[in-house]
Design a protein around this ligand. Structure first.
Ligand code: CMP
Length: 251
């Protein structure tokens, strides 16, 4: 009976998703009841690499949780200038800002690889915020974290030279990976967009870090060889203070 097979498939998918969700840190704090609550109001959507999920300034109607894959959150001015705010992966969420007040999307979202998202409507998202304290706490924690990252990035843009900014960007992109030699696939255009600059100065800074043995960069694969040195470059890239003559009032 086709209908029964369909229901069984639905149940199988649900229990598979539940098992997956329990392993994801976003859901670890939630009870099985709360996970069930989220699943009962979420739809599963698949996206191909390069596919846009929404554009900046669209009206926000849905909230998204990444089940698997990779999402880029970015803004663009014209065709030349792009700034990547974040790469999101399994267990991350996005699309909450416009639902909580802004109404329109603050940035665009695009799938970078085959991606599956749990999609929750605005109405259900609001109900979830009101009825699930752990979910709401996690939301606030993530928003505070994102604000903190923005502050750090403003600081880096204002006070660090290009080498320091590159070191900051690499540390930021690898911060979830607590291993000695961090490897990631990232071409230099992506790196430049993440830093909000153009490819040429990034290319020069990458070569400087390569020459000093801090990173290896081959065919779009960046490997951090010396994290301590990278941290030191990031912290010490502040221009030295100007020693201006001090004018004292003579008595
Ligand atoms: P919303 O404004 O609805 O749509 C774009 C989404 O991108 C936004 O909600 C956030 O979920 C996410 N977003 C915006 N800025 C950042 C950022 N700096 N870091 C991580 N995610 C962001």
């Amino acid at each position: 009976m086709p209908q029964m097979r369909h229901d069984n498939d639905g149940e199988k998918i649900k229990s598979m998703v539940k098992r997956m969700l329990r392993k994801v840190c976003f859901f670890k704090a939630l009870t099985p009841k709360e996970i069930n609550q989220i699943l009962s109001i979420a739809a599963l959507k698949r996206y191909k690499p390069g596919e846009l999920i929404f554009m900046k300034e669209d009206i926000g109607k849905q909230f998204f949780i990444v089940k698997c894959g990779r999402i880029k959150i970015f803004t663009a001015i014209g065709t030349q200038k792009k700034k990547t705010f974040a790469y999101l992966q399994k267990g991350d969420f996005f699309g909450e800002m416009s639902l909580l007040g802004g109404k329109i999307r603050s940035a665009s979202a695009q799938a970078m690889e085959d991606t599956e998202l749990l999609v929750i409507s605005k109405k259900n998202f609001k109900a979830l915020v009101l009825q699930t304290p752990d979910f709401t706490l996690k939301l606030l924690y993530t928003l505070a974290n994102r604000l903190n990252n923005c502050d750090k990035e403003i600081e880096s843009m204002l006070f660090h030279n290009i080498l320091g900014r590159l070191a900051d960007a690499i540390i930021d992109l690898t911060k979830d990976k607590h291993v000695k030699h961090v490897k990631m696939h990232l071409d230099q255009n992506e790196l430049a967009e993440y830093m909000g600059t153009t490819r040429v100065p990034v290319c020069r800074a990458v070569n400087t870090l390569k020459r000093s043995g801090v990173i290896e960069y081959k065919r779009g694969e960046l490997t951090v060889l010396n994290m301590d040195k990278l941290r030191a470059i990031s912290g010490n890239a502040v221009p030295p203070p100007l020693h201006l003559p001090v004018h004292t009032h003579s008595k």
